[in-house]
Design a protein around this ligand. Structure first.
Ligand code: ZN
Length: 163
């Protein structure tokens, strides 16, 4: 089957075809770039940029008033980011370290600087149930607090300090 007019030279045909291949290649390249960027942004922490594919048990989930959502690798990044967002923050959920379910950060019991440090220091993890937090604290140490105190403590904390 010949889709070209008879008066077109073989060289012109090749040129026309290569242009077509180039635009197809470019379209495919753009499409794969969009897919890759999309997948990466879904797997990267909104605060520290860490790959959070393996951080299901400690993630933070934030929503802005405008509807935009942000995910963080851990409770710790979520608490810091929630403090930075201030009035723009619409909703904030953290993952219960024991049950793995999402709970409102305002209801959570946080354990600061225990020896369980998923991701990074000082280590901040969340519990739905205060009894679970106390049991965990007996084994792994740390200091129990609610959301506002956790925000303050994260703001004050510097690498190398124990508090
Ligand atoms: Zn992070």
């Amino acid at each position: 089957m010949d889709i070209f007019p008879k008066n077109v030279s073989p060289v012109q045909r090749l040129q026309t075809m290569s242009v077509d291949f180039r635009s197809i290649g470019l379209a495919l390249l753009l499409l794969s770039a969009v897919v890759v960027v999309g997948a990466q942004s879904a797997q990267r922490c909104s605060l520290c940029g860490m790959n959070m594919a393996h951080m299901m048990h400690v993630r933070g989930y934030l929503a802005l008033d405008g509807g935009q959502t942000m995910n963080t690798c851990g409770v710790q990044c979520g608490v810091v980011l929630s403090g930075r967002l201030g009035e723009r923050l619409g909703a904030f959920e953290v993952t219960d370290f024991i049950g793995g379910r999402r709970i409102a950060a305002s209801d959570a019991h946080f354990l600061f600087n225990s020896s369980a440090k998923p991701g990074m220091s000082p280590g901040l993890i969340a519990f739905a149930d205060s009894t679970d937090a106390v049991k965990f604290q007996i084994g792994f140490g740390g200091e129990m607090m609610r959301l506002e105190a956790a925000r303050r403590r994260m703001k004050e904390w510097r690498p190398g300090s124990s508090r």
